[in-house]
Design a protein around this ligand. Structure first.
Ligand SMILES: Cc1ncc(COP(=O)(O)O)c(C=O)c1O
Length: 336
């Protein structure tokens, strides 16, 4: 089976496992795990931010950031397609007691005008206090498309003017950096917090890092503990993430090239109506039949993929796809 369901399905390589086996460890709740401390600082430094905190998942890093930035009753502005709203089990309400102001947006992305137009007048007691803006780059439901940095700068200007905190769900931010050539430090300067996933395109088995200033990370440690995310000798898993950060970022270009190759093959298939724009490692097939049936049909030919919506199938390329698999998958996509 060629598995394109997600870039989360990758398995650690022998070299990554060796790094994990040899990792020096300590009790991370006491901030004494040298491997975790290194990973947190390495991540923060890469983005020019002060500090970081290692967590079990991207859901946890997003949820911690939302909780630290807001008070119950506040509102976060985000895309209707965003992971924090669609796929985190209602965590915005459960963990932080806040509401989401959902923006229709385009390809999972919002604009500075959207933020300005959806900011509530803080003097009017009818409205929740708008406290936070959250972006997702790349956008998962948006088909892996990347934000224009100039638009992010404009959104930041609105946040600064209105006193809003600015969070980035950067589960696939490294894909965006590789695809656009944007500078990680620009992101560090613009956002109050960034969530980075190690277990997606980078290929680590577990973990995400949340980065921000020292005060924000200090508060995040308390929230992580409350959520049950305080781990002990977790340097064993952090070592996989550190290895991934040091070795697997540049190679994301291969995944992007593979996604383009598969998109071109899919375009030759009359059963596929259109293929969404490909910028990174995600490609969306738009069809006019049932997506679950098409996914089942693909499975009989040896390809696993994901029915994103009733008429949309998602294919995600990743580091466990060999070039033989890609060539074979392209052939299947052309003909199915
Ligand atoms: C955009 C985005 N953000 C956050 C997450 C959450 O990551 P995790 O599965 O580690 O909780 C995902 C997971 O797929 C994602 O795609």
């Amino acid at each position: 089976m060629i598995d394109f369901r997600s870039d989360t399905v990758t398995k650690p390589t022998p070299a990554m496992k060796e790094a994990m086996m040899n990792a020096p460890v300590g009790d991370d709740v006491f901030v004494e795990d040298p491997t975790i401390n290194e990973l947190e600082q390495f991540s923060a430094d890469m983005f020019g931010m002060e500090a970081g905190i290692f967590c079990p998942s991207g859901t946890m890093t997003n949820q911690i950031a939302i909780k630290v930035h807001t008070n119950p009753g506040d509102e976060v502005i985000c895309s209707r397609e965003s992971h924090i709203y669609c796929y985190e089990g209602g965590g915005i309400a459960v963990n932080s007691g806040i509401s989401a102001r959902l923006i229709e947006g385009k390809s999972g992305m919002i604009t500075a005008a959207d933020v300005a137009n959806n900011f509530n007048n803080p003097e009017d007691i009818h409205f929740p206090l708008t406290r936070l803006v959250s972006l997702e780059n790349t956008s998962n439901r948006g088909g892996g498309l990347c934000y224009d940095l100039e638009e992010i700068k404009k959104i930041k200007a609105v946040c600064a003017e209105k006193g809003l905190k600015f969070h980035l769900d950067g589960a696939r931010l490294f894909n965006a950096l590789i695809a656009t050539g944007q500078d990680a430090k620009d992101y560090g300067h613009l956002f109050d917090s960034i969530s980075l996933c190690l277990s997606k395109g980078l290929g680590a088995p577990v973990g995400s890092v949340l980065i921000g200033n020292k005060d924000f990370i200090k508060k995040s440690r308390r929230v992580r503990k409350v959520l049950g995310g305080g781990m002990r000798q977790a340097g064993i898993i952090a070592a996989g993430g550190l290895y991934a950060m040091k070795n697997n970022i540049e190679r994301l270009q291969i995944d992007h090239d593979n996604a383009h190759l598969l998109a071109n093959a899919a375009l030759e298939n009359p059963k596929i109506e259109s293929v969404g724009k490909v910028e990174t490692n995600i490609l969306m097939l738009n069809i006019n039949s049932d997506s679950k049936e098409m996914v089942a049909d693909f499975a009989t030919k040896g390809i696993l993929c994901y029915p994103m919506d009733p008429r949309r199938v998602r294919i995600v390329t990743h580091l466990d796809n060999s070039q033989e698999q890609i060539a074979q998958a392209a052939e299947i996509l052309r003909k199915i």
